[in-house]
Each structure stands twice: as C-alpha cells, then as structure tokens.
Design a protein. Sequence first.
Lengths: 461, 468
Amino acid sequence: MVFSSLAFIYGFLPLCVLLYYATKVMAIRNLTLLLFSYLFYAWGEPFWVLLLAFSSVFDYANGLLIAKFRGTWKAKGVLIGSIVVNFGMLAAFKYGGFLYDNIAYFIKLPFARPEVDLPIGISFYTFQTVSYTLDVYRNEVKAQKNFVAFMMFVSMFPQLVAGPIVRYNAVEDQLLKRDFNWDRIWSGVNRFAFGLFKKVFIANATGALVGKYLDTQLMDLTSPDAWIGIALFSIQLYFDFSGYSDMAIGLARMFGFELEENFRHPYAAISVADFYRRWHISLGRFFRDYVYIPLGGNRRMQDRNIFVVWALTGLWHGASWNFVMWGLYFGVFMLIEKYSMPVLNKTPRFIKHIYTLILIVFSRSIFYYVDFGQLQEFWRHLFYGRAALSEGMVLDLYNHCFLLALAVLLCIPWDEIFPSAEQRLQPAYKWLSLPAVIAMMLVSTVLLVGDTYNPFIYFRF
Amino acid sequence: MKASKLYTPLVFLALLAVPIAMLIGEKQSISMDEKRKLAEWPSFSWEDWTSGAYGAAIDDYFDDHLPVREVVMHWADGVKYAWGVHPVVAERKVVVKPAKREPLDTSKAGSDSARMNYLNDFDESYSGEMLIIDGAVYTQNSGNPAMSPSFAKMLNEYAEKLKGHTRVFSCVAPLSSAFIPVEKYAHLRQRNKSTLEAIRDNLQGPLFCDVMGEMLQKQNQKLFFGTDHHWTARGAYCGYVSFCKAAGFAPVKLEQMTRKVKTGFLGSLYSLTRDATVREHADTFEYFKPRIEASAVRFGESNLERPMKSSVFCESFRGSACYMTFICGDAPLIKITTGVKNGRKAAVVKNSMGNAFSVYLISHYEEIWVFDYRYSKHVMLDIIYDREIDDLIFALGMYGAMSNGTIHMMRKLGEGGVGMRPRRTESDSIQSDSLIPAPSQIPAAPNDSVIPLVPDVIDKIENDSNGE
C-alpha cells in the first residue's frame, strides 16, 4: 500500500486512527498499530511479510541474548550472527543477481541466475534491526523485552518501506509511553497533508515531464532539453522522497511518535558535503555511526573511510555498478572539497551554490539510467547535443511554469533565511492550518482520481 | 478550546465520510467519461491475496468509486491547467499512455452490455503520439496499402459466394488523419488514399464506394469529430452518398431530413488525452433523421429468438455518449424495419463507424440487418439467403480493414461467429497503434442470452421511439 492512494487516505488511515484511539491502554494501541502495519505491508507484499516477521523476531531474540551474555564472547557471537543473517538476507534478495552477474563474467557458474523480486523496504528495516543489535551490544540502549513493542518498532507502517531509518534509541522511550496531545496529532495531520501535496502535486506532475524527455528516443534529445530533463528529475526525486518522509513523520506524530527529520532543504546546499548533511539525513547518520566512525572517522585514514562509506552508500541504493559509480562520484568530490577548503571558504556563497547544484543535477543522470549504454548516450546529448530547446520543451515549460516556480520556492530554506518568522506566524497558523490542510488534501485527491499507479521512487531501494 | 482539538476530529470525520458515502451512495458500473468499466469490489480469494491482486483490486475500487468522481476528474483537468500559462499554439503533440487497467471485460456481459459494446469499440490500450490542432485531436494512423489486398480478397470471396444473389459493396471510411488541416501532414492524406485505392484495385466483383473522394469534395465541412475517433453525421453522409452512387440510388438530400443537435460531446479522444484545450473545444453533435418510419430490434450474439426492443436513433444519449445516438450503439446484430415498402433488403457489416452510416439506409430498404463483426456469432450467409438480402455492405472505419485479425472476423461472420482472433502477424503489427479492440476485448465464449439493455436505457429508447 502507498500513502498516496485513495484507499490509504480514505480507508486505511482513518480506520487505523479510530481503532488506535478507541482505547487508552498502550499495549492494545501498540498491538493495533502492529496489526495495521502488517496489513499495510501485506497489501502489496503478502509473501514477504514473512521475511519482515522473521527479521523482527530474530533481532528481538538477539537483543535479549546479547543483554543476557553481555561482556562474554557469546554476546559477540550473537551480534556477528545477527549481522551475518541480516546482511546475508539483504545480499541474497538485493544483491544476488548482481553478484551472480559479476562472478559469471569471469567464471561459468553451474546454476542459473537467481531471479528474486526485491522485498519492499528491506534496505530500510534491515538497517533498523542491525542498528538495534549493534546499539544493544554497545550498551547504548537496553534490550527491548516487550515483544509487541519491538515488532512495532521494526514494522511501524509510517516509516516501514521508505524510511526515515529510525534508530532504536530515538524512539525507545516512546515505544511504551506516549502522551496524548491534540497539538501533536494536528501537526501530524498538517505534515502528512503537506507531504501528500508535495508528492502528488509536484513530484508526480514533474515525473510525467521527466518520462517524456528522458524515457523517449535519446537520439532526438537536444542538450538544453537533456539538462532541463535531468533537472526536472532532481525536482521529482526531492519532492517524491521528501514528500514521503513528511508523510511518514506526520503519520508517526498522529500516533504519538516523534521521528527525526530526513531532509533539510538540500538544494540550498553550498557544497557536496553540505548537501549530504541535508539529504536523506537518517541514512547518512547510519553510515557515519556504524561505518565511518568505526573505520576511524577523520582521525585515521579519512580518505579511505570516505571512499568506503560512499561506495557502500551507492551500493545501498541499488545492486548495480552505476550506483557504485554514483557513490564514488560523491566520494571524489568530498575529497576535493576537503583539500580545497581554503579556496572554497573564500568563494562567494552564490558560486558555491551553483557549483553544488550542477554536480547534484549531473549525478542524477547516473541515478536515472541504470543501463550504462543509455547513460553514455544521454551524456553524449547532454554535452554534445544540439544547442536548442525543442518546441515541445518550450511549450511544457510554459504549461508548467507556475508549478515549477512553486517547486523552486519550496526548495528555498525560508526558515534559515527568516529564523524568527515561524514564531511570528504562529497566530496565523492557528487560523490558516485548517484551510491549508483541506486545500492540500482536496487538490491531492483530485489529482489522484483517475491517475495511474504511481509508487514512490525510493520504494525500489 | 484549542484549535487542534476542533480541527483534528473534523478532518478525520471528513476522511471517514468518504468511504461511508461510497457505501451508501449510488453505485456506478461504467465511466462514460473514460469509456471503461469501473472496478468492482473484489471477492476474496487466498490466491488473489497472496499475489497482491486483492489489495490492488481494492485500491482500484477506491479510485473508481470516490463520490462525485467524474466531477472530481474535471476538477483535475482544471488543476493541471492551472500549472502554467497556455500560449495559443495551433498545433502540438501529446503522448498518450495506455489506460491503467483493462477497460472492459465483455465475458461478464450483463445488464450493461449495450453500453459496454459501444465502449469496447474504442481501444483503451492506445498509446502513442496524438496531434492536437486547434483543439481537435488526430491520431496519426493513416492506413496501410500492404493490407488492402487481404481485405479485398475477403470481399471477393463473399462476392463469389453470393454471385447472382446479393451485391457486395466496399464502403471503407478513411481516418481523420486524411483531413488534418495542415499541409505538412498531406502525406497522411496520401497514405489514406493509397490504402483505399489499393482496396479498389484488388476488388473483383464487389462494388467500390469512393467514400474518400466524396469526403474530399466536402472537406470544408466538419467530417470527423475533434474529440472522438468517429466520423460525424456529415462524414457518414459522404459515405452514404458514395454508396448510393455505387448502388445506383438517388441519395436523399440532407435538407430533406430532420436536423437535430446536441452540444457538449467529449468523446474517446478527449478521454485519452484529457486535454484542457480539447475540453474547451467540445464537439457539437449534429445528426440528420430521414423522414421515414423505422423501428429496430437487437439480438444477442448468436440467436434470433429473443429480440430486444431498440431504436434507429436513441436521442436521449448525451455528453460523452452522444455517438450512441446512432442505432443505440453497438450490438451483435440489429434488425431495422422501415416503412419503405419496396421489398429491398440490405445487410451491413460494420464496426462503430458504420452506425452513423446505417441510419441513412432506411430511406432505401425495407429491412436492414446490421452485423457487428466484432461481436456477432450469427451465420450471416444463412440470414442473407433466408431473408433474400439484396445488398451486403461492408461499412467500416479503415482501422477495421487493416488488420488480419479483423479481416478474419469478417470472413468468419459468413459461417458464424467471431470465434478466437488469430495471433497477430507481422503485418498486423504495422497497425499496432490502430484503434482496434485488443484480444482481451473480444467477447469470449458464445452466450446465447440476448444482450439486454440497462433499464434506464430501455425507458429512454421507448420514449425516443414514441417521439418518432
């Protein structure tokens, strides 16, 4: 099931909220949320729900065993077992075909290529459960004894299939005790409506244009069309993914959870490093805490650590050398920025912003074309294509100019530019929030009716 | 009181009101706007659940049964229009994607079959580039001269079988691409012409109606709809005049018929493009009723035992269903009986383009049998011999003559039924973008029941008939 479906908005969600708040007993509320989360996942992935259940039960037990054997080699063994099994599952389902292709390139394998569909959200929930066992082992959190609470932590539907990757310590206290707060629920409704609007009004509309230019015959693509096409994809990707995160955060608030932010106006960044402090923050934090720092961070072999982290980040996004290349591309620029810091510090902010945007927009092409041949063809048109906007593109820009202007406005970090504005606008928010929610929900519903199925881009990761 | 304490329940009550309204509101089974059947609430099966099909079917149900859905869809067009400014551009291209799901399942032909058959004519799996010129939509199909000999061969076979008994006519209509009012598309006109000429040149026995020649003389008139893939009543009149010339009849002049007009026709091409400019240029649906008394009945797929009351003109159809005015839409077999007591009888083999054509024939025949080769399993030759049919007229849109599959259906009609459509061949794929029904849209096993009309349609027909 997806958040941006009418069945979810008008069926699943209100029913879930109604039943959830029908009782004040936290254990029943948790159970309700757990059951709805499994229903949510099973809606489109009935079979893989077993994998999700296995992963949850397995790491619930691992957490308890680590706590029991704390300080002994057994705890370490359980941890290693947890990591091996979790990443083994990820490797089998996500990277099996990729590994096969690469080995078969050199030697003939005696079995056929494994053709397994990627279970939705496996990259997200695997990281969550692994981070939990690691944190228990490091004694940073206590092992969760309440089975339902732990199962709910892993499978909670607001963040199950596309993040944010929730660290256990961030919600540990909320699993068993959550206050009822009208303001929090209402702010959740606001956030959900805003995320839905971003996804349906901006991302889907931009996506239709992207497909028109980037999926068609590349031989007809002019250079400006290629640049605008890939810039539009950058807009689509941001509004699609950040829209999802907004909805996830909003939904979690409706049930009393407070999740961490996953985006902070990434297109306002002034360097690649700055960009990734603002984009998919929960993933960056995971790699920082569980890979970069254990490898030595900036104290020991920092250059190597950066490359390892970015190669893994690329691989996390997909089982393809394109994604590895995409990750290393950013690794290289991270290092360039690191060694040219004195120059960058003197460069005007505007120039740094443009430089970052160009690098990011260009990197989206590696993200978009998984096929190397297509990617090369696209680059040829990007750099050597005919230097003229096509008539169709001019017309599309006219026909979508207000939409694109709105998208650009929403990329600007108004809260950073006017830090005190939020406080000053608080009285107006009281009156404007209801009409705003109604307008966003109505417009989104109107656009969803009769629309083709349009899943979130990050579902495939 | 806190604003949040008031707003939150309000919003959730509003959300809950939607499924409640869906439950208690009037159920629609067909979207005339989109020309497709709406999703039904799925019956649960373990197999569907484990495959994810059950969940997807409920999603579809919610999508299709949202209260005031068709109004909301028009709002969506308005929202999309508001995304930007729209400079006046006389000509542009739009890419049409396939419909999100199978448009209709005729194997479950039930009370909505009459409508379904009409809708089935239109291939919702159409995808590709369409031209929008001054608010009118044109597909870029233009025929295929290489397929013409196959079509002509099938007609020749009928002419040979019916030699000395029944005359056979080829009255194939060109596509709207032949009349694009921009010179750079003249090659499409030429290709239409070449395709029809190739049919004419390969005929040995059947008489040829020069439909395109007649239409070219009237091209200052509106011959095709801008929002629908059919020809207008004036376009069909050209087909009728060309038929009369081939048959040796004097055509009845339009001025001698009763002219009627309906407004706000948004047809199949609007459904595909959902383009705001096209919506602004909704067609005026004009039609002409010969001043001849006529009545009609329709039959099921394969028997003649339980005729259902129908009409030559179903005047109550409006909006996106305007084209169903002609012979009340498609049916496997329709029998028209007229007040012309000249003993002449005709059989028409047609797709939906033939509907607008057939109504003019009531001035010349006492009895007209209209076979829809896509649905009829009747043994046409038996009827031709039994009823002493004088003229057999193949009146169809060119897209029906350009595919081995549809030619096979017309050939099979002589001995009874469409049966299964043959596999697509290479030559078929040339016309893969034509507006022919997809295999899934061809009715399945023979169904002996008469195809009943929806009750409200029957009422309307009766009212229409009374008014005639």
